[in-house]
Design a protein. Structure first.
Lengths: 429, 304
C-alpha cells in the first residue's frame, strides 16, 4: 500500500513537471509580439508576394510574428463589423475604396503622429496623400497602386489593317477604331467582335469620360468650405453623351456590357469578343499567362481636354482597436516604402508609391505604359461620399445607355447621390 | 408487514416531477432565444434609431421615422412588388414542375431510381455555384443558351439576358425555379407514395377518368403536404437572395431588386443600419401575417 502510494506520488510529480515545462515553453514561444493583417482578394500573385514579404519582415524584426488573413473582397463588411465590435485584426494591407467609409465609421487609427516621425514619408509620391486624408487626418499608408490603361487585341487590329503596336491616342481615333473593329467575322449575322467593352456594372468607367472632357472636373470639390459634387458642368454632360453614343448610335459596345463587371469583360476580352477595353494594370500577369493571346496595353487616350486615369491606391491601415500598434506600424512602413513594397510590386505587377522604387523601375519596357500615364494620373476618389457608388451610381449610367434618361440626367443623378452622402456624413461633424 | 412510510415530497422535487420537460428544454430554449429572439429585439431597437455607420457617434432615437421613410421610398415599393412577383412566380413554377415530376416518378418506370437521383442534382449544387454557372450560360456574348437558341433558329441575335431589365427578372426566376423544384418533387413524391392504390383501382372500376382521379383523389390526398410545402417554399423564396445577388445584384436598374437585396444594400453598402432594420422588421411582419392567414385558411378547411 505504502509502495503503491509512493509510486503514485512519483508519477504525479513527473506529470506536474511535464505540465510546467510545457506551459513555460509555450509562454516563451509566444513571447514574440503577434500581429494580424488582412489581405483582400488574394490572387496567387498576392499570396506569393505577401508570404515572401512577411518572411523578410520577420528576419528584420525577429520579435514580431505576422499572421496574414487572406479574405475575399466580399468579406469587407464582415471585417468592418468586427472592427466596430472591437474584434478586428491589427490592420489591412490592401484596403481600397472603403478607406473613407471606414475612417468615417471611427474604426481606423489616425496616423498623423506616426507619419510625422517617419523618415521615409517624403519618399512617397505626393499624389497619394489626398486619397487617405479625410476629416483632416491621415488614415493610411500606400501599399501599392494600380492604374487604368487601355488593353487591345493585336490580332483584331492586324486583321483590319491597324498598327497592332499602337493604341488610339485620342478620342476621335478611339471611336474610329471601335467602329472599324466591330464586325461580324463569320457572316452569321451576329457581331463576333465588338470595338469596346466597358464594365457597365461598374461605377467608375463612365466617370473617366467626364474627367477627360472637363479638365477642371473632380468627383468632390470644396467650394467656400462646403463639399459638393465637382463635375456638374456642360463639358461633363458632353463627355457622358459621347460615351452613351458609343452604345446607342455607334453600336460598338455589346448589350451585355451594360450589366457586366470587370471579370466578365476580362473573359470576353480573352475570349476574343472584345477588341478594346479599359482595365487595371494588375491584370497583365493574368493576360500573359493565356497561351496565344496576342494583346497590347498602353496609356489611356486623350479626351476632349485631357487624358485621365487614376493612381488608384491600395492602403495599409491600422485599426484603432489594435493592441500592438507599434509593431503594426513597423509592418505598415515596411509594406509601404521599403523592401516589402518592392517584393509585392515584383510579385503582383502593381507599382509602388515609393519614389526610389519607382525610379529603379522606370526603364523597364513592360512598365512604360504606367510611367507614361503618371502625368495624368489623379487620386482615385475614396472618400465616404463615394462609399455607396457601387450600388447607387450604375443604375443612372444603365438608364442612360438604355435611353431611359439623358446623359445629363445621369450625371446629375450621380451628383445627387454624392450630395446625399455628403449631407449625411458631415451633418454632425 | 408494515408498509414503509415514504418521505413527503419537497416543493422542488414536486416541481421537477411535474415540469421535468421544462427543465430539460430550458438549455435549448435559452440558446434559441439568444440566437433568434435577441437579434429580432435588437433589430426592433435599431429600427427606431438613425444608426448609421458613417456617423456612428451620433445615434438618436427617431421613433417610427424609418418606417414612414420606407412608405415614402419608391425603391421600397418597387422591391416589394418585385418580391411578390418573384416569390409567387418561382413557387408556382416549382410546384407545377415538381408535381409533374413527382407524378411521373411515382409510376413504375424502368430506371426510376436513377431518375429520382438525377432530379436532385440542382438542389444539391450550392446556390453560389449554380448562380455563377448560370451567369455564364446566359451570357450575352459567349453564353451556351444563346448559342443553342441561335443554332435552332429561334433568335437572330444574342440576347443579353441579365443586362436588360425585361429579361433579367425572368432569368433569375428561371434559375431559382431550376434550383428549387427538386425539393417540391421530393416532398410531393413522398406524399404520393402514401396514397393507397386501392382507391385508384376502385375509382377506375367506377369509370373515373385519369383527370378525374387526379383532381378528386390525388390532390385531396396530398393536400396537407402541398400546403406545408408551399408555405415553406414561399417563405424561403421571399428571403432567398443568393441567385439575385450573385447574378444581378438587383440590377440592371433595380429591375431584379427584391426586399432582401434592398435591405442588404442599405445595411452593408449604405451603412444605414437604422433604416435597414426597419426594412427587415417590415419583412418579418409581412411574412408573419401571411403565414398566419395561410395557416388559418388551412385549419378552417380542415375543420370543414
Amino acid at each position: 500500500m505504502i509502495l503503491k502510494k509512493s509510486a503514485g506520488i512519483k508519477v504525479g510529480v513527473w506529470l506536474l513537471a511535464v505540465f510546467l515545462v510545457m506551459t513555460l515553453s509555450s509562454f516563451v514561444a509566444t513571447a514574440k509580439e503577434k500581429i494580424t493583417f488582412v489581405q483582400f482578394g488574394p490572387t496567387p500573385e498576392r499570396r506569393a508576394g505577401i508570404e515572401k514579404a512577411v518572411a523578410r519582415f520577420e528576419e528584420l524584426y525577429p520579435d514580431i510574428e505576422v499572421v496574414i488573413r487572406n479574405e475575399p473582397w466580399s468579406a469587407g463588411s464582415s471585417i468592418l463589423t468586427a472592427a466596430i465590435t472591437g474584434n478586428a485584426p491589427d490592420g489591412v494591407i490592401n484596403i481600397g475604396g472603403w478607406m473613407g467609409s471606414w475612417a468615417a465609421s471611427g474604426v481606423l487609427e489616425p496616423l498623423d503622429e506616426y507619419i510625422a516621425k517617419w523618415d521615409d514619408a517624403d519618399q512617397i509620391w505626393d499624389v497619394y496623400w489626398p486619397s487617405s486624408n479625410y476629416f483632416g487626418k491621415q488614415w493610411g499608408l500606400p501599399a501599392y497602386y494600380n492604374t487604368m490603361v487601355m488593353f487591345w487585341n493585336k490580332d483584331h487590329f492586324q486583321d483590319i489593317g491597324l498598327d497592332p503596336e499602337k493604341a488610339p491616342t485620342d478620342y476621335v481615333q478611339f471611336r474610329e477604331y471601335a467602329i472599324k473593329l466591330t464586325r461580324d467575322v463569320n457572316g452569321d449575322g451576329i457581331n463576333d467582335h465588338w470595338g469596346f467593352g466597358p464594365a457597365g456594372k461598374r461605377w467608375d468607367i463612365p466617370t473617366f469620360f467626364w474627367m477627360m472632357w472637363d479638365k477642371e472636373a473632380d468627383y468632390v470639390k470644396n467650394v467656400n468650405g462646403k463639399l459638393q459634387p465637382g463635375f456638374l458642368s456642360e463639358k461633363v454632360y458632353e463627355g457622358m453623351e459621347w460615351y452613351v453614343n458609343l452604345y446607342r448610335k455607334d453600336h460598338v459596345i455589346p448589350d451585355s456590357a451594360i450589366s457586366q463587371d470587370f471579370t466578365d469583360i476580362r473573359t470576353a476580352f480573352v475570349g476574343g469578343k472584345l477588341s478594346m477595353t479599359m482595365y487595371y494594370n494588375f491584370n497583365v500577369p493574368y493576360f500573359n499567362s493565356i497561351e496565344d493571346f496576342n494583346y497590347g496595353y498602353g496609356a489611356m487616350f486623350k479626351g476632349k481636354e485631357r487624358a485621365y486615369t487614376w493612381a488608384g491606391p491600395y492602403h495599409v491601415i491600422m485599426f484603432k482597436a489594435s493592441k500592438h500598434k507599434e509593431a503594426a506600424w513597423e509592418f505598415m512602413k515596411f509594406m509601404s516604402a521599403g523592401e516589402g513594397a518592392d517584393i509585392m510590386s515584383e510579385a503582383t505587377f502593381f507599382l509602388p508609391f515609393d519614389k526610389r522604387l519607382l525610379d529603379a523601375r522606370k526603364d523597364r519596357p513592360e512598365l512604360q505604359p504606367f510611367f507614361e500615364s503618371m502625368p495624368f494620373s489623379y487620386p482615385q476618389p475614396m472618400g465616404p461620399e463615394v462609399g455607396n457608388s457601387d450600388t447607387a451610381w450604375p443604375p443612372y449610367y444603365q438608364q442612360a445607355l438604355l435611353g431611359q434618361i439623358s446623359a445629363k440626367e445621369a450625371v446629375q443623378g450621380v451628383g445627387k447621390e454624392i450630395q446625399k452622402q455628403i449631407d449625411k456624413i458631415y451633418a454632425n461633424r | 408487514m408494515i408498509p414503509y412510510a415514504t418521505k413527503p415530497e419537497s416543493n422542488v422535487s414536486r416541481f421537477l416531477h411535474r415540469r421535468l420537460y421544462l427543465v430539460l428544454l430550458a438549455p435549448a430554449l435559452l440558446i434559441l432565444g439568444f440566437v433568434n429572439v435577441w437579434p429580432i429585439v435588437w433589430s426592433l431597437y435599431l429600427s427606431l434609431t438613425n444608426r448609421n455607420l458613417l456617423n456612428p457617434m451620433f445615434v438618436n432615437f427617431t421613433g417610427l421615422k424609418n418606417y414612414f421613410e420606407a412608405l415614402k421610398d419608391p425603391l421600397f415599393w418597387l422591391a416589394a412588388k418585385q418580391s411578390l412577383i418573384y416569390t409567387v412566380s418561382v413557387v408556382a413554377l416549382q410546384f407545377l414542375i415538381g408535381l409533374t415530376l413527382a407524378l411521373a416518378l411515382n409510376r413504375k418506370l424502368p430506371g426510376r431510381g436513377a431518375f429520382r437521383a438525377l432530379v436532385l442534382i440542382p438542389w444539391v449544387i450550392p446556390s453560389a455555384i449554380a448562380a455563377l454557372s448560370w451567369i455564364w450560360m446566359l451570357d450575352g456574348l459567349v453564353g451556351v443558351v444563346n448559342d443553342v437558341l441561335h443554332k435552332l433558329g429561334l433568335i437572330s441575335k444574342f440576347i443579353p439576358f441579365l443586362s436588360q431589365p425585361h429579361t433579367a427578372m425572368l432569368s433569375v426566376i428561371l434559375v431559382t425555379v431550376w434550383k428549387g423544384f427538386p425539393f417540391m418533387a421530393v416532398m410531393l413524391l413522398a406524399a404520393l407514395q402514401t396514397v393507397s392504390q386501392d382507391i385508384y383501382e376502385a375509382a377506375e372500376v367506377d369509370g373515373a377518368s385519369s383527370i378525374g382521379r387526379f383532381f378528386f383523389i390525388t390532390l385531396p390526398s396530398i393536400r396537407h403536404t402541398v400546403y406545408i410545402t408551399i408555405i415553406l417554399a414561399l417563405v424561403w423564396t421571399f428571403n432567398f437572395m443568393d441567385a439575385i445577388w450573385i447574378m444581378t445584384k438587383g440590377g440592371p436598374i433595380h429591375s431584379t431588386e427584391i426586399l432582401v437585396t434592398y435591405t442588404y444594400k442599405m445595411a452593408f453598402q449604405s451603412f444605414e443600419f437604422g433604416y435597414s432594420s426597419a426594412l427587415s422588421v417590415i419583412i418579418l411582419i409581412m411574412l408573419a401575417v401571411f403565414a398566419y392567414l395561410y395557416l388559418r385558411t388551412f385549419e378552417r378547411e380542415e375543420l370543414e
